[in-house]
Write a protein that binds this ligand. Structure first.
Ligand SMILES: *Cc1c(COP(=O)(O)O)cnc(C)c1O
Length: 417
């Protein structure tokens, strides 16, 4: 039996990340032990696998964070995945097969979106939520002012901040109110000939408690200037599970002229930015030169349409997973681990950067020694948990049930290595 370090000495393996190469060599040595591989073929087999791992790797999200930005936020539904595959070749994305002439790009996806939000006079889709805001700010407020509460100047993540994004379009911010309190009179006093629009931003990734007050959409509508509301998460209708998340339909009914949101947060679709609202505003955004630079790919349109037509997405299901059922699944995984030190514990899962920071989802997790976190992350497939109080917690909420066996096998491999 070759030694791991001896195999790693093969110069062809030096090009790969050391820890990953070591994990792969160990797994190939396991195959030798099971008689599946000849001892002198280990380096070759490891090289082959490492080479085939170029590009993004599918991972199992056992973090208990439903929308994990570093793991690509929403996982697409089976229907959306099929739609993406169907759209990957040549399609009629911008051609009317009846007449043989150019047609509105992605018109079936636009129709699905318009039908999902009847309160919107028109709809448009761009690359992401940030792009939707940039387009709105450019068209409605370049050289003018965006009136916004100081309590809503949000940093999205990775150092990107909405106020910087808005100012980059040539608009000026007219900040009103304070961090914790803003009143209708604050907005009213700021409105003038320089106003491009009023902006209300939903604080998706934090919440304030205590001596706070914000102005509801109803009170900002009808003040004679457009009201743009960035709802963030992309809920199209109210969801009783997420009582504090604004939804596009309610916000439009409350008088917003334009709503912006992401496609890959609570909607559970592909990365996209949705623009919903008054037909004349949406049309002026759609016809602006910048719209061409922010336009979405046919694959996005296909995934978005499929998501809108069948809403029981992996995100939807993960949010509704029952704690008792998760505990049963975790127990089954634990039972298959033999003598390994593992127990099933009650935990709390969260929605994640995608929204609803105050919502706690009662959950269950398999608790393992923290030392298993790295080998599981470096395994194939990588299994991502979270380390809490020196234990590695694997929450199966976002793991498709048919993958539970894969998780169990990965844990055994990680513990054996
Ligand atoms: C997430 C978020 C954005 C950015 O959307 P992306 O799709 O990530 O570009 C903007 N505003 C709010 C309130 C958000 O929650």
């Amino acid at each position: 039996m070759p030694r791991t370090d001896a195999v790693l000495g093969d110069p062809r393996l030096a090009a790969f990340p050391r820890d990953r190469a070591r994990a792969v060599v160990r797994e190939e040595l396991d195959r030798v032990r099971r008689g599946e591989l000849a001892p002198d073929a280990v380096a070759e087999a490891a090289l082959h696998r490492l080479n085939s791992e170029n590009g993004m790797r599918p991972v199992l999200n056992a973090t208990g964070v439903v929308l994990h930005t570093n793991l690509g936020r929403a996982a697409l539904s089976g229907a959306a995945v099929e739609a993406v595959a169907r759209a990957a070749g040549h399609t009629d994305v911008e051609l009317d097969l009846e007449t043989g002439r150019r047609a509105r790009r992605g018109r079936t996806a636009m129709r699905a979106l318009a039908e999902a939000v009847p309160a919107a006079g028109a709809v448009h889709v761009v690359n992401n939520g940030a792009a939707a805001l940039v387009l709105a700010a450019t068209v409605l407020a370049a050289g003018k002012e965006i009136v916004v509460s100081r309590g809503e100047l949000v940093e999205i993540g990775d150092g990107f901040r909405l106020p910087d994004l808005l100012v980059s379009t040539g608009a000026r911010l007219r900040e009103v109110g304070t961090t914790n309190r803003t009143s209708p009179a604050d907005y009213q006093a700021a409105i003038g000939p320089q106003t491009g629009f009023l902006l209300k931003v939903h604080p998706s990734n934090f919440y304030q408690r205590g001596f706070v007050s914000a102005v509801p959409v109803e009170r900002l509508a009808g003040l004679g200037v457009p009201l743009v509301v960035d709802i963030g998460s992309g809920l199209l209708d109210a969801d009783p599970l997420l009582p504090d998340e604004p939804d596009a339909s309610a916000v439009l009914r409350a008088g917003a002229d334009l709503v912006t949101s992401s496609g890959d947060k609570l909607l559970g679709g592909p990365q996209a930015g949705l623009l919903l609202g008054r037909a004349d505003l949406v049309e002026s955004l759609r016809r602006h030169p910048l719209a061409r630079a922010l336009r979405v790919d046919k694959l996005t349109l296909a995934a978005l349409e499929a998501t809108l037509l069948a809403r029981d997405t992996p995100t939807w299901r993960a949010l509704r997973a029952d704690a008792a059922d998760l505990r049963r699944r975790a127990e089954a995984v634990r039972a298959s681990l033999g003598g390994l030190s593992a127990e099933v514990v009650d935990t709390v899962a969260v929605v994640g950067g995608g929204g609803a920071p105050e919502v706690e989802l009662p959950s269950a997790a398999l608790a393992l020694p923290a030392g298993l976190a790295a080998p599981l992350r470096l395994g194939d497939p990588p299994v991502l948990g979270r380390v809490e109080r020196d234990r590695l917690l694997l929450d199966l909420r976002c793991v498709p049930e048919e993958q539970d066996k894969t998780v169990a096998a990965a844990v055994l491999r990680a513990a054996g290595g």
